[in-house]
Ligand binder design. Structure first.
Ligand code: SAM
Length: 205
């Protein structure tokens, strides 16, 4: 039996990202969310009605299998209408998932990629991609002509802020040769940028 881990425990190491998803929910019509490589980060369910979590880790599978625990962890933390559908796929996101193509409004790619080659297909046209630079997904998105940067995300502790300002100053590589999708795919390392944000929000054309 895998060790029992919970979102409340995990929050003590990564913080609570609920404020980031609340800021996204305030700004954009997002209903269905896909979070590959979620581990036990339940925070999107505080802001959105339907979230599908995907992970290969048995501890995540054990956490999401316990409906009572999920309800208890979300209690008192959800926005109206949020947290209704919490689905978990014990699956490798590099393989086809049991999810219709173009069915998701938001794809979350945080610290778990590079994943975009295999997961962008689930995002609907006009949908949003939230990616950070840790495992190269923000870099891959920045090199993809079908993705447009629409906001940056900043935080101080658990206080998150979405900014549409000065976007042209972001995603500028310190070294031109780093801006290479093949290198990112091979190394799983992001591009070093001249100006950084915690995460980047892209919109799919
Ligand atoms: C560093 S954790 C990050 C968890 C969470 N995204 C966060 O930001 O706190 C990476 C997670 O991605 C999962 N992961 C990595 N590769 C995966 C794959 N190919 N398919 C599904 N899950 C994967 C790992 O099992 C792990 O739980």
């Amino acid at each position: 039996m895998p060790a029992r881990v919970t979102w409340s425990q995990y929050r003590t190491s990564i913080g609570d990202r609920s404020g980031m998803f609340a800021a996204l929910a305030d700004e954009y019509p997002i209903d269905r969310v896909l979070y590959p490589g979620s581990y036990v980060d339940l925070s999107p369910s505080t802001a959105f009605r339907s979230v599908t979590y995907v992970d290969t880790d048995a501890r995540a599978a054990r956490f999401f299998a316990d409906d009572e625990q999920i309800r208890a962890e979300l209690a008192g933390r959800t926005r109206p209408g949020a947290g209704r559908e919490v689905q978990f796929l014990a699956a490798d996101y590099n393989r086809p998932l049991d999810i219709p193509d173009a069915s998701m409004d938001l794809l979350v790619a945080l610290y778990a990629g590079p994943m975009l080659d295999h997961t962008m297909r689930y995002l609907r046209p006009g949908g949003w991609l939230l990616a950070n630079n840790s495992h190269g997904d923000a870099g891959l998105a920045s090199l993809d002509p079908s993705c447009r940067l629409v906001a940056t995300i900043h935080h101080r502790g658990d206080r998150y802020r979405l900014s549409p300002d000065g976007l042209a100053d972001y995603l500028i590589p310190k070294r031109a040769p780093d801006a290479d999708a093949g290198r990112i795919r091979a190394t799983g390392r992001g591009i070093a940028y001249t100006k950084t944000a915690f995460a980047y929000l892209f919109q799919l054309n």
